[in-house]
Design a protein around this ligand. Structure first.
Ligand SMILES: Cc1cc2nc3c(=O)[nH]c(=O)nc-3n(C[C@H](O)[C@H](O)[C@H](O)COP(=O)(O)O)c2cc1C
Length: 184
């Protein structure tokens, strides 16, 4: 059986001051068959090498998009990456033929400053995180990924303890290692 390979596309503008995403990344260091691809490190000027990115996607079976939520959305370089990399013919078709991404799975690893309670009908955000991420989940499904959902960590504005973050990172690492379906 071919080895299952996982690509973690990280899109954090400032990993140096990150807690949630940095601890998640530290925890998956050394996990086998996982490629961590830090977009802001590779493309600080936003000049994305489309061929390279498409080849990376071809070479992996599971794709995890990891980012902090910025204004209820992905970070700017991840949006630029969608626009550049997910091209017609490669990522999507209109005639029912398979894209290069069909048969691959994808899920999101998202950190949010606000709490889970905030992301509810009664909360300040008025809707669930998944609703804000609908354009992303739809993009992935339009590109024929088997979309598996969001693995969130909430409440980063409220200074979670290091212990909480380690527990979150361990859970994340288990999902990455198993390429399991994340539970939102
Ligand atoms: C420009 C900007 C916009 C943000 N927008 C949101 C937001 O819409 N909702 C939210 O819950 N947190 C928001 N945050 C908080 C970040 O999501 C939070 O700081 C980040 O997920 C923490 O992860 P890190 O420790 O890896 O940096 C925002 C932060 C910045 C800097």
């Amino acid at each position: 059986m071919a080895t299952h390979r996982t690509l973690v596309v990280v899109a954090h503008p400032n990993l140096g001051s990150s807690r949630a995403n940095a601890s998640r990344l530290a925890e998956i260091e050394g996990v086998g068959n996982v490629t961590v691809h830090d977009l802001y490190q590779v493309y600080p000027d936003f000049r994305i090498d489309v061929e390279r990115e498409q080849q990376l996607l071809r070479d992996h079976d599971t794709v995890i998009l990891q980012f902090p939520l910025y204004w209820y959305n992905v970070t700017p370089l991840l949006k630029a990456w969608f626009d550049a990399v997910l091209t017609y013919g490669f990522a999507f078709t209109f005639d029912g033929s398979p894209s290069a991404l069909r048969g691959k799975t994808a899920w999101l690893a998202v950190s949010a400053g606000s709490t889970l309670d905030t992301y509810s009908a009664e909360g300040l955000a008025r809707r669930a995180l998944e609703e804000y991420l609908a354009p992303v989940s739809q993009t992935l499904q339009f590109c024929q990924f088997d979309y598996q959902g969001v693995h969130p960590v909430y409440g980063m504005m409220f200074d979670p303890t290091d212990e909480d973050l380690v527990l979150d990172a361990q859970e994340f690492s288990k999902l990455v290692a198993g390429s399991a379906v994340p539970v939102a």
